[in-house]
Design a binder for this molecule. Structure first.
Ligand SMILES: NC(=O)c1ccc[n+]([C@@H]2O[C@H](COP(=O)([O-])OP(=O)(O)OC[C@H]3O[C@@H](n4cnc5c(N)ncnc54)[C@H](O)[C@@H]3O)[C@@H](O)[C@H]2O)c1
Length: 417
């Protein structure tokens, strides 16, 4: 396949070398003449393990070249990778001017090209950018996306320092595009890499890179905070985290990584409070751990805001215990939500078969009567009675609830998907 690569920095240079090694004919484009010269002399534009050899091999075998002339590069390729910078602006938003410029540079060349061309956006961009690139290109070329050209978002996951091996063994190949032809051309580019393409809606593809990098930063900071707290207590942090990582059921796994409702119960809030207290007594800063409870509270408040926005003053809440499958009401975020809405004057009715059952049999009766009598009065014995006259239903636990009964109501489903 003939591929042009716009931007010969870290991502572009590594991609060029690796794609040439895979047998593609690659032409790099950069506005920086010295980078063009380096590549044409068989040298990488960056210092990175393995890249020098890939670039010099590519030059020697004739599969790799570089130019400042985008016209030449587009004329000589069927697919263009955009690896231009998207630096942060002062307010944190990414500067997309480089992406917009290259998109329009390529677009004006397409009419005279007279054949289908695929543009692959590899730069990290905020959701909505791919759609913007499509409109820029349609406007500048007068051509139609999907018929005459395609734009595909294919985020780059390589890490500097191990980028060549990351390219050949990627954790994921994510693509987002509205064009099947564009998707199949990208599949062609990756032929030889033993990993299926994960095709997702365009905005999901754009978001995944932000989410991955935020999570990586969160992991590093979490481990470092644990390290600081352990050090203060003369505890071997490396050993703590080694054992922590051995748990692949709850710790290093997909568990707890599904957006839904807030956590609660007798353990998570208490133990998080305990570790934060340890940090405070040792005069250790642990801003990440201390931000967890406020973040959890924000989840409850966001659900409350959705209820308020829905408009109805009569609200049914499904699920009162702190999580599905238990009657435990201690530190239940559902109780927090109900109390908040009740305080705002909403009429609430609650259905939770386990809580009703345990209170009827006396097992939870005392707790409800002494701690939450006002909430206990909102409990209804059946789903039918709970939903009566309600305009909004908040589903905090799915259980065996028959959602066909919610017809005509605004449903706020806060359960993890
Ligand atoms: N560096 C990484 O490890 C990494 C990893 C994943 C994703 N990314 C993302 O990939 C994108 C590129 O990052 P990078 O680190 O390779 O950037 P970089 O700054 O190293 O390289 C960008 C190159 O683009 C060139 N360029 C600018 N405008 C151009 C134009 N109009 N035409 C042709 N070339 C042009 C620049 O001269 C430069 O050589 C960014 O969005 C970044 O966030 C980077």
């Amino acid at each position: 396949m003939r591929i042009s690569v716009f931007g010969m920095g870290y991502v572009g240079c590594v991609s060029m070398g690796c794609l040439a090694r895979m047998g593609h004919t690659v032409i790099g484009v950069d506005i920086n003449q010295s980078k063009v010269d380096l590549v044409n002399r068989g040298l990488a534009t960056i210092v990175e393990d393995g890249v020098d050899a890939l670039i010099s091999d590519g030059r020697r075998t004739g599969g790799l070249s570089a130019t400042e002339d985008s016209r030449l590069a587009v004329a000589d390729s069927e697919l263009s990778l955009l690896c231009v910078p998207t630096p942060s602006g002062p307010d944190g938003h990414l500067d997309l001017s480089f992406v917009r410029k290259v998109a329009s540079d390529i677009a004006v060349l397409l009419p005279e090209l007279g054949r289908f061309h695929t543009v692959v956006l590899r730069s990290t961009v905020p959701p909505g950018t791919t759609a913007e690139v499509v409109s820029i290109m349609e406007r500048e070329s007068g051509l139609e996306h999907g018929t005459d050209f395609a734009v595909v978002h294919n985020p780059e996951f390589l890490r500097e320092g191990s980028s060549v091996s990351d390219f050949f063994n990627p954790p994921l190949i994510v693509i987002g595009t509205l064009s099947d032809k564009g998707a199949s051309m990208l599949g062609e580019m990756y032929r030889g890499i033993e990993l299926e393409l994960t095709r997702v809606p365009v905005k999901v593809a754009e978001m995944i890179k932000y989410v991955s990098n935020s999570y990586h930063a969160l992991k590093v900071s979490f481990a470092n905070e644990i390290g600081r707290i352990c050090r203060a207590g003369e505890i071997d942090a490396a050993e703590v985290m080694r054992v922590f990582r051995m748990d692949h059921q709850l710790n290093i796994s997909g568990t707890y990584l599904k957006p839904g409702f807030a956590y609660g119960g007798s353990c998570l809030p208490k133990d998080l409070g305990g570790i934060c207290a340890m940090a405070t007594s040792a005069q250790i800063d642990a801003p990440l751990l201390e931000a967890v409870q406020p973040s959890n509270r924000a989840q409850v408040m966001e659900t409350a805001a959705r209820v308020i926005k829905a408009g109805s003053r009569r609200v049914a809440v499904i699920g009162l215990s702190f999580k599905e499958g238990t009657d435990d009401l201690r530190n239940s975020p559902s109780v927090e939500l109900v109390e908040y809405l009740h305080g705002k004057g909403y009429e609430i009715s609650i259905y939770d078969d386990r809580v009703v059952y345990s209170s009827l049999t006396g097992r939870n009766r005392e707790f409800i009567d002494s701690k939450l009598p006002h909430v206990g009065a909102m409990l209804r014995p059946t789903l039918h009675e709970t939903l009566e006259d309600c305009g909004t239903v908040v589903v905090l636990q799915k259980g065996t609830v028959d959602s066909s009964l919610f017809e005509g109501m605004t449903v706020i489903d806060a359960t993890p998907e």
